[in-house]
Design a protein around this ligand. Structure first.
Ligand code: HEC
Ligand code: HEC
Length: 286
């Protein structure tokens, strides 16, 4: 049976297909829908002309407006930097007492210093600056090279045993065992003496003599430390490389020579000041 071209009931055109007596109607799309559809196509074409869109082999079409999200980011960063430039310059010029006295500079340096610390320092000194074996705790009042603002500043700027920086803080504890300056028995005796300075080991006359001759110049007569040489205090029971007898013997035998990068080439003057101020205020700064 032939299918009618129009459905009798609705008057709508049919596709002239019929299944088991059910005729398929060919209802036209609503106008509003169709026009919206055409508009989106036109808009889409316009967009791909105006903005970066079609992928090429190594890049993409650039778009006539010259927009790029990378450039937008660069502009945003630039605007941000510009808005901070004034205060950054003030921090760069101020000395530490001025930074401490001025709440605005103080807040800015603290916040900036904390961010710099997280980025550049925490991998060695720990997230909160609490340190790890070989990496000093920056939150206690035990300082190898001094805990005043200026001392911390110089340590950070020039690094420690850092060959790339001529002004780096430097000193070298001899490897008393490896270089055969002392024999095993002498090392054991002086290790016990070093431990006894904090009340841990058993003092002996021999140990005291070896200490006075070989160690006191860098660690002080009574283990009070010598900051000009970064010689740690031995009398406080705080150990950078471990306070077990074996640790101390190892330190004396091989020496340790911890190194810290200098930051003068990687951070600006203002940034070094900010992180100095941050470290100083978090620790029992001097
Ligand atoms: C690669 C590891 C490393 C990084 C990164 C590092 N440090 Fe250090 N830092 C050390 C070591 C090791 C020492 C101890 C060296 C020594 O034995 O004298 C040290 C010592 C210090 C000291 C001296 C502590 C004292 O008792 O006198 C300060 C202050 C300091 N670091 C601050 C910082 C700051 C701030 C940063 C980030 C800008 C930083 N460090 C990044 C390894 C590092
Ligand atoms: C030229 C200076 C110098 C001399 C001499 C020297 N030391 Fe040291 N010593 C240091 C320095 C600097 C450090 C720590 C920094 C580093 O090497 O990382 C250190 C570290 C140590 C430590 C580790 C401290 C800790 O907190 O873990 C011990 C223990 C020690 N020395 C004992 C001795 C003894 C004992 C002698 C003598 C036999 C001696 N030192 C001679 C400079 C010296």
């Amino acid at each position: 049976m032939a299918v009618p071209e129009r459905d009798e009931l609705t008057g709508t055109e049919t596709t002239q297909h019929e299944w088991d007596g059910i005729t398929e109607l060919d209802t036209p799309l609503p106008r509003w829908w169709l026009w919206t559809f055409y508009i989106t196509i036109i808009w889409g074409i316009g967009y791909t002309i105006a903005y970066p869109a079609w992928p090429l082999v190594t890049s993409a079409t650039e778009g006539v407006l010259g927009y790029s999200s990378r450039m937008q980011l660069a502009e945003t960063i630039e605007a941000h930097e510009a808005s901070r430039q004034e205060i950054t310059q003030r921090v760069g010029k101020a000395d530490f007492s001025e930074i401490e006295a001025d709440t605005e500079l103080d807040d800015f340096a603290q916040a900036g210093g904390a961010a710099i610390f997280r980025t550049y320092c925490s991998q060695c000194h720990g997230a909160g600056g609490a340190g790890a074996p070989g990496y000093p705790n920056l939150r206690d009042d035990d300082w190898l090279w001094g805990g005043a603002h200026e001392d911390i500043y110089l340590t950070i700027r020039n690094g420690i045993r850092w060959a790339e920086n001529e002004e780096t803080r430097d000193s070298a504890m001899p490897a008393f065992g490896a270089d055969e300056i002392l024999d095993d028995a002498q090392i054991a005796a002086v290790a016990d003496h070093a431990l006894s300075l904090s009340g841990a080991g058993e003092a002996s006359a021999e140990g005291a003599e070896i200490y006075a001759e070989n160690c006191a110049a860098c660690h002080g007569d009574n283990g009070e430390g010598v900051r000009e040489l970064g010689g740690p205090k031995l009398s406080d029971g705080i150990w950078l490389y471990g306070g077990e007898r074996e640790d101390v013997i190892r330190t004396i035998t091989y020496s340790r020579a911890g190194a810290m990068p200098s930051w003068d080439t990687r951070l600006t003057e203002a940034e070094i000041k900010q992180v100095t101020h941050y470290v100083h205020s978090r620790a029992a700064g001097e």
